[in-house]
Design a protein around this ligand. Structure first.
Ligand SMILES: Nc1ncnc2c1ncn2[C@@H]1O[C@H](COP(=O)(O)OP(=O)(O)OP(=O)(O)O)[C@@H](O)[C@H]1O
Ligand SMILES: [Mg+2]
Length: 225
């Protein structure tokens, strides 16, 4: 994933809010990269563009070395389903579905055969330490367990990129540490790049790099550890 000179504004009333004002970055496979910066600096806007949920209004977006056409929504959707996983602050699990079915959902969208899906969902739940919790609904799990289900859902299709927007903000210190360690291990094991927006001091030491956004501009990367 790479961005060059990306701009994104929101029209709100008469004057546009310039959320990103020319941002460039490049993510390598297996890296875990933090995006920090004050509230309103553009972190979620940046993640939405990297995760192919939104498009740049100006600038270039590359995925796996391919320049994406801004007006090709179908290409973005297909790539997003195949190659991007998401983790959010408030988990975004489907409340009426159990953990197994939540993790299975992205595989069902890809149309994989049932036996293959069952095998992969079992392996993903096992990997996040939740073997045996497949039948639990989100309201029957703790916050940390819910976030681990969300991580299993993000990685089950073995994506190239996982986008995590404030993944530890709703978790206590111990659980936040477990979730962060898990993300780092998965990045290294699977070669998945993780882009993690965070204010959390507990997350930064586990990242390979931290990028700092300030008012829609990147202040440049530095080594977090
Ligand atoms: N859908 C929207 N419509 C209008 N303005 C928006 C929209 N989404 C974001 N903005 C504005 O764009 C700017 C960047 O917002 P963004 O959500 O990317 O910030 P953030 O760094 O993620 O903040 P936080 O740490 O509070 O989550 C802010 O000024 C915000 O008010
Ligand atoms: Mg945000």
């Amino acid at each position: 994933m790479a961005l060059e000179g990306v701009h994104r504004s929101y029209m709100l009333g008469a004057s546009p809010i310039r959320a990103l004002r020319g941002v460039g970055l490049r993510l390598w496979p297996g890296e875990i990269v933090a995006v920090t910066g004050p509230s309103g600096s553009g972190k979620s806007t940046l993640l939405n563009i990297c995760g192919l949920l939104d498009r740049a209004e100006r600038g270039s977006v590359y995925f796996d070395g391919t320049l994406l056409a801004d007006d090709d929504e179908a290409q973005r959707t297909l790539l997003r389903r195949r190659a991007v996983g998401f983790v959010f602050q408030s988990f975004h699990l489907v409340p009426v579905m159990n953990a197994h079915d939540n993790v299975d959902y992205p595989l069902a969208l890809l149309g994989l055969p049932a036996a293959e899906r069952r095998r992969r969902v079992g392996a993903a739940l096992d990997r996040v330490g939740l073997a045996g919790f497949g039948k639990h609904r989100p309201d029957q799990l703790s916050g940390g367990q819910r976030q681990r289900v969300a991580i299993a859902r993000a990685i089950v299709k073995q994506p190239r990129l996982v986008i995590a927007d404030e993944p530890t903000a709703s978790l206590d210190a111990v659980t936040a540490g477990q979730v962060t360690t898990l993300m780092r291990e998965l990045a290294h094991e699977q070669g998945t790049a993780f882009l993690v927006a965070t204010h959390d001091e507990r997350v930064l030491p586990h990242c390979d790099r931290a990028l700092m956004l300030d008012d829609g501009l990147l202040a440049g990367g530095h080594h977090a550890a």
